[in-house]
Design a protein around this ligand. Structure first.
Ligand code: SF4
Length: 182
């Protein structure tokens, strides 16, 4: 079972999509790093740190919620999604099997994902990695759908998978729409 905070249909703050740049945004609850006393500097989701306040939902039930949102473009964020690794893999597998394009936002960096959370790599299309840092914030809600609308702080990296290859994308120079709308 997954601890789920909310499913936000038609989100305009979860990256680009061919559906008027709206995506279904899935907020998973719980962040072990924050609970251990080391949150991202300036964490923007303090209410999601402790998973015990949120309901348990099976991956299949969560898929139904996403289907009801009616958008094939999904962004999974937290909290920290990878702290629910095994159940997350089941959910991402369902999304992939049902033809969804998925973005995963995580504080874990790509090298750690490759060694400790490798099963998510073939299941998602885009990963935005690294701790959020409010002092390096570049996210701008007004800049829709500009490059500063897709990433929280400048230290984070944007990765795109084509087939089984992961490549870092320069958000200021490369074609983000290609990664978000593939
Ligand atoms: S991973 Fe998310 S919830 Fe955890 S400290 Fe960072 S911004 Fe906050």
């Amino acid at each position: 079972m997954l601890r789920v905070a909310s499913v936000r249909p038609q989100s305009t703050t979860a990256g680009l999509s061919p559906n008027e740049d709206k995506r279904t945004e899935v907020f998973l609850a719980g962040c072990r790093m924050a609970l251990s006393g080391h949150p991202c500097p300036g964490c923007f989701n303090v209410d999601l740190w402790d998973p015990k306040y949120f309901p348990e939902v099976s991956p299949a039930e969560l898929l139904e919620d996403v289907k009801n949102a009616g958008n094939k473009y999904v962004t999974v964020v937290g909290g920290e999604p990878l702290d629910q690794y095994e159940e997350l893999v089941l959910f991402l597998t369902l999304l992939k099997d049902n033809g969804y394009h998925t973005v995963l936002i995580t504080h874990y960096v790509m090298d750690v994902i490759k060694t400790s959370y490798p099963d998510v790599l073939p299941l998602v299309n885009v990963i935005i990695d690294g701790t959020y840092n409010a002092k390096k914030r570049i996210f701008d809600e007004v800049d829709v759908p500009g490059v500063t609308h897709v990433i929280g702080s400048s230290n984070q990296k944007f990765w795109h998978r084509t087939d089984s290859r992961w490549q870092e994308v320069n958000i200021f120079q490369d074609d983000l729409r290609k990664a978000y709308c593939a």
